[in-house]
Design a protein around this ligand. Sequence first.
Ligand code: AQP
Length: 332
Amino acid sequence: MTRIFSGVKPTGHLTLGNYLGAVRRWVEVEQHRAEALFSVVDLHALTVEHDPARVRRLSRQAATLLLAAGLDPRRCTLFVQSHVDEHARLSYLLECTAYDGELRRMIQYKEKGTLARAAGQSVRVSLLTYPVLMAADILAYGTDEVPVGEDQAQHVELTRDLAVRFNQRYGHTFTVPKVTRPAVAARVRDLQDPTSKMGKSHENGAGIVYLLDEPDVVRRKVLRAVTDSGREVAYDRDAQPGVANLLDVLAACTGGDPEVLAGGYASYGALKKDTAEAVVELLRPLRERHAELVADPGYVEGVLREGAERARAMARPVVDRAYRAIGLLPAA
Ligand code: AQP
C-alpha cells in the first residue's frame, strides 16, 4: 500500500486555506487510499520567533481540529512530530548529506529570512536547515508520496536529492518519494489581499477565516472581503483576484465550478452573502465536533500517544539502518 506523509505547522490557528487546500483531502481521500501519516510538525514552528506556551496550545488545538475534521485514528496515524525522536535523529544525518548552497537556494528561506531581517530579527539557523528536517520527516517512514502545495514542492525535490545521494554513497537505505500535487486542492487567498495566500501566521487576521471563528465573525470577514473595481461578477484570476477568490471558496464549499457559479450572480454583495453562508455551513460540524473533543482531552491525548508509538515503530528501523549505513557504531 502506498505510504504518504503530510503535516501541519502549529504557527497559528488553522485556516480555511489549510482545510480546503489540504485537510479536507486528507480526510476524504488520503486516509482511505493510502497508509497515511499525519503529523502536527511542531519542531517546524520553532524556526521563527515563537512563544513556547502558544506553540504548545496551538499543537494541541491543531491535533484536535484534525480529528474534528474527520481524520480517523483507525485509518491513519496522527501524531506530534516532537514525540518521535527519529525525526531529529535522522535530520542530523541528512545535514551531513546536504550542502549549504542547496539550502540557501530555498525560496522559503529567502522569503522568510528577508522578512525576519526587515523586522530587525536575527535569522535562526533552523530557518536554513528546516527543509532537511522536513526531508527526515518524509524519509524516516519510507514515504512513497508527499501531497503538497506548490510552495512546498521545492522542499520535496530536495528530499529526493538527499535520498538519492545518501543511497548512492552509503547503500540503498531510503525510499525516494514522489511529489503529488492534488488536482482539486483549492488555493485560498487572503480576503484582504487576494494576491497572497491565506496564511495562518499572517499578522492581520481580517482577511483570514480561522476554522474556529464564530459564524458571525466568518460572515463579517467574508462580507468585508476586498473585491475589485469592476461591477460584473466574472471568474478572472488576473483582472479580478478578489472575486475569483470568493468564487473559488464558494465552489470548494458547494462542490460547484467557479466559472459556472459566476454566471449566477449580478452583484458582489450577493456573491459575498452566499459565500459567507457556505463557509459557515462548511465549518459548523467541524466546530461542533471540536467542542466535543475539547471536553474529552483524554481521548485526544490517547490518540496522539498511540499515534506516536505507531510512528516510532515505523521510523526506528529505517533510521537505525541509516545510522549503520553512514558509519556509526551500533550501541552494544
Ligand atoms: N491558503 C491556502 N490555500 C490552500 N492550501 C493551503 N495550505 C496552507 N495555506 C493554504 C496547505 O495546508 C497544509 C498545511 O500547511 P502548513 O501548516 O505546513 O503551513 P503553510 O503551508 O506554510 O501554511 P500557512 O498557513 O501559510 O502557515 P505559515 O503562515 O506559518 O507559513 C499544506 O499542505 C499547505 O499547502
